[in-house]
Design a protein around this ligand. Structure first.
Ligand code: UDX
Length: 441
């Protein structure tokens, strides 16, 4: 199959590369000439484990090419994927669809022969209808079907998620288009990935419902964690105790500083707006958004409390800045609110992140960027673990202790064991777990 991928950002690049790896012929298109030049030269503009090698391999085999010019690639394609950004619109939080519609207009002008146009960008319910209207208006004679094919990729695990998905959702009202899409995903039949063919609006809503549900699950366990702290229970054991119930499932029950990233914050907000506009507000999701927002700032208060109630003039070492490990993505990262809260309270902040410091610099200009965890801890009154990178799991705590002014550790990801840190002389706080080792531990 010949595929044109319009938009070579995170989703477009990962999807395009994986399709090429299946054996399809893929052209990735982007308006940004610098990005395309970099990709042509084998430089990957994002950090995603395994992606660089996969791009290089498929480019070498001639199945994956990059261009700024849409016309030729779209004319030759069996399927054209729209994978451009849909940022939150300033002011009302609704997804900004101007890039999607602009792409649709340009695609319409280049179509030739039967073509399936696929929205892969996360778009509100009904966007497929508008994309179809735009294309039919601009190219009334074109043989085209517009389908929705949401992505469920996690940053840091995107290639594995693409190649071994829990399911593929295809929203196609036209059987011929469903046939083309099934052909594109056929290599995944081998893995027995379920392919769900639904109506277009259903597929669009499925994506938002999935992300809102996961965000709700995280927010639920975060509130239970707060309750655990008050009543002397352990949230990890509660999570295990409920997660072993198959109806609940054990994933996305890790308590922490609140969810961030490029998807959950934006998509929950967009679902809230869509539902309000439809006259059926999703009040549960509205509450999830509000609870998660206030949680990030509350984590700064938790650190301040662990420091004895005040941090003015003190130095706080922050380990991990990205919204989660294995990415350099800083979008809606809890670290941003936590560090702002600490600075507002008068603290100086030193930070270290294995991959995120370049992205963090413009967002957090007034902190000291350290060269490693031990440099980060140097002269600190407290150490706060914000992102659970593997490299932070087995730190040399004796060395950290020696570098720090005061032995205070706040673990916002529940990575360490209270008894281990207590043994090394630290005052240790985590999320929803007893601060001191239990008497029977
Ligand atoms: C998410 C969805 O998982 C993916 O299917 C969708 O396509 C895009 O959004 P991503 O944002 O890359 O993927 O990361 P994910 O691993 O889902 O984590 C999102 C946030 O939730 C992170 O801030 C993470 O730290 C937090 N999280 C996740 C928790 O706090 N606890 C958990 O148990 C799981």
């Amino acid at each position: 199959m010949r595929i044109a991928m319009v938009g070579s950002g995170y989703v477009g690049l990962v999807s395009g590369t994986c399709f090429a790896d299946f054996g399809h012929e893929v052209v990735c298109i982007d308006k940004d000439p610098d990005k395309i030049a970099a990709l042509q030269a084998g430089r990957i503009p994002i950090f995603e484990p395994g992606l660089a090698a996969l791009v290089a391999d498929n480019a070498r085999q001639g199945r994956l090419t990059f261009t700024t010019e849409m016309r030729e690639a779209v004319a030759a394609a069996d399927a054209v994927f729209i994978a451009v950004g849909t940022p939150s619109r300033r002011g009302d939080g609704f997804a900004d669809l101007s890039y999607v519609y602009a792409a649709a207009r340009e695609i319409a002008a280049a179509l030739s022969g039967y073509t399936v146009v696929v929205t892969k960008s996360t778009v509100p319910v009904g966007t497929g209808d508008e994309v179809e209207r735009i294309i039919r208006e601009a190219a009334p004679a074109a043989e085209v079907a517009v389908v929705s094919n949401p992505e469920f990729l996690r940053e840091g695990a995107a290639i594995a998620d693409f190649k071994r998905p829990d399911r593929i959702v295809i929203g196609a009202d036209d059987p011929r288009a469903a046939q083309v899409m099934s052909e594109i995903y056929r290599p995944l039949y081998l893995n027995q990935a379920p392919i769900l063919v639904t109506g277009r609006r259903t597929a669009e809503l499925t994506k938002y419902a999935a992300n809102a549900f996961l965000a709700t699950k995280i927010t639920f366990i975060n509130e239970i964690a707060d309750l655990c702290e008050q009543v002397g229970a352990n949230v990890q054991e509660v999570a295990r105790g409920i997660g072993l119930d198959n109806r609940i499932g054990s994933k996305f029950l890790h308590a922490g500083p609140g969810y961030g990233g490029s998807c959950f914050p934006k998509d929950t907000l967009a679902l809230v707006k869509t539902a309000q506009d439809a006259g059926t507000p999703v009040r549960l999701v509205e509450t999830v958004v509000a609870v998660n927002d206030s949680r990030k700032r509350a984590m700064a208060r938790k650190v301040i409390a662990a420091c004895g109630g005040a941090v003015r003039g003190r130095t706080i070492a922050v380990l991990g800045l990205t919204f989660k490990p294995n990415t350099d993505d800083m979008r809606d990262a809890p670290s941003l609110s936590i560090i702002a809260g600490l600075q507002d309270a008068g603290a100086r902040v030193r930070a270290y992140d294995p991959e995120g410091m370049e992205q963090a610099r413009p967002l957090l200009p007034d902190i000291h960027y350290a060269t490693d965890p031990y440099d980060c801890a140097d002269g600190a009154d407290a150490l706060v673990l914000v992102t659970e990178w593997d490299a932070f799991r087995a730190l040399d705590f004796a060395r950290l202790r020696a570098a720090m002014l005061a032995p205070v550790v706040v673990d916002l990801r529940n990575v360490y064991r209270a008894e281990d840190l207590a043994r090394r002389g630290f005052r240790y706080t985590s999320v929803g777990r007893p601060s001191e080792p239990a008497a029977d531990a």
